[in-house]
Design a binder for this molecule. Structure first.
Ligand SMILES: Cc1cc2nc3c(=O)[nH]c(=O)nc-3n(C[C@H](O)[C@H](O)[C@H](O)COP(=O)(O)OP(=O)(O)OC[C@H]3O[C@@H](n4cnc5c(N)ncnc54)[C@H](O)[C@@H]3O)c2cc1C
Length: 306
């Protein structure tokens, strides 16, 4: 393992949150290292068309916006390395960040490792992702004007997303594996009362069907085993997120597998450690909000360091 190289700021994750922070840290002349295990952009790089990021009135492909954000941060001196962070530790006042091949330290650490959408894991889901399969109603709902949609889930997110989708869709079928819901009764009631929403309960999606784009889903009644097809133009999967916090066991053990709470400056319980973007508690999980978190943390960190 190479020796412990020091920076002013280390950012874990090169999604929109990490890239927003890297731009502001770099431009404040802080030596900034971004550690990313895959490529730049995070979830943004998976978005076919981003229609709600300010400044791109005709929309922009997720991978293109990712590259622009990375190049922008690099222009102001942020250094990027493709490395998977496996551990973070407090080392006196410094934070030590460990990967397979090296370790790094800095007084400021930004956790920007995002979250992963839970998937159904059924045939057709991966193949038709971006062609009618979506995990974000706010991001993609507007692409489905006057279309028939399916939403899967029984939590508050599924209920509010179902209601949001009625603004665009001609009909929304909500599919949930049980009779009961995790969602608050008021949210369930609002969805139940909406004339565009119908419920298919005690049922699971077995397959997402379609050649080039989503055309139907095959659902199974969990009690009778009976199967049927529901025609639709899109399916929104709203069954939760898993924050990428598995490497935090030595620094913030209570947040492994959970979103990280922060104050208004995005700082965690540990001074100098920030959590930004989808990984933090209460995030709206949008590109713009992730960037905004990164900027807030960078500005606070810059003030603290100087
Ligand atoms: C298909 C899709 C379409 C979307 N469309 C839109 C849209 O149109 N508009 C919109 O506003 N939002 C959209 N979103 C949501 C948006 O992309 C996310 O809210 C945003 O990317 C969150 O940014 P982030 O930086 O917090 O996390 P992420 O984008 O999740 O980035 C986190 C990064 O951290 C890296 N990482 C994780 N663990 C480690 C580790 N241990 N070591 C090193 N690196 C690590 C990951 O590889 C990843 O690159 C979409 C999401 C998806 C999946």
């Amino acid at each position: 393992m190479s020796k412990n190289k020091a920076y002013d700021v280390i950012i874990i994750g090169a999604g929109p949150a990490g890239l927003g922070a890297a731009l502001y840290c770099g431009r404040s002349l802080l030596s900034t290292l971004v550690l990313e295990k895959m490529g730049a952009g995070g979830q943004l790089a998976l978005a076919y068309d981003v229609d709600n990021y300010p400044g791109f009135e005709d929309g922009i492909a997720g991978p293109d916006l990712s590259e622009k954000m990375k190049d922008h941060a690099a222009r102001f001196g942020a250094e990027f390395k493709i490395e998977n962070v496996s551990d973070v530790l407090q080392n006196g006042k410094a934070k030590k960040v460990v990967t397979k091949s090296a370790s790094y330290s800095s007084p400021v650490l930004m956790i920007a490792s995002g979250a992963s959408h839970r998937k159904l894991g059924v045939p057709g889901e991966e193949r038709l992702a971006g062609a009618g399969v979506s995990y974000c109603a706010t991001c993609d709902g507007a692409f489905f004007r006057d279309r028939k949609l399916v939403i899967v889930g029984g939590g508050d997110a599924a209920m509010t997303e179902a209601l949001f989708l009625t603004r665009f869709a001609s009909h929304v079928e909500l599919i949930h594996r049980r009779e009961g819901f995790r969602a608050r009764p008021m949210n369930v009631e609002n969805a139940r009362e909406h004339k565009k929403i119908d419920f298919t309960l005690d049922s699971v999606v077995e397959e997402i069907m379609g050649e080039q784009k989503v055309e139907a889903v095959r659902v199974k009644d969990v009690n009778t085993g009976e199967e049927r097809e529901i025609d639709c133009d899109g399916i929104f999967v709203s069954i939760g997120h898993d924050p990428n916090t598995g490497y935090l066991g030595n620094m913030l053990p209570s947040y492994v597998g959970r979103t990280v709470p922060v104050d208004m400056n995005m700082e965690t319980d540990v001074k100098g450690v920030y959590a930004i973007g989808d990984v933090r508690m209460g995030s709206y999980r949008q590109v713009a909000t992730a960037v905004s978190d990164g900027v807030t943390a960078a500005m606070h960190a810059e003030k603290t360091l100087s």
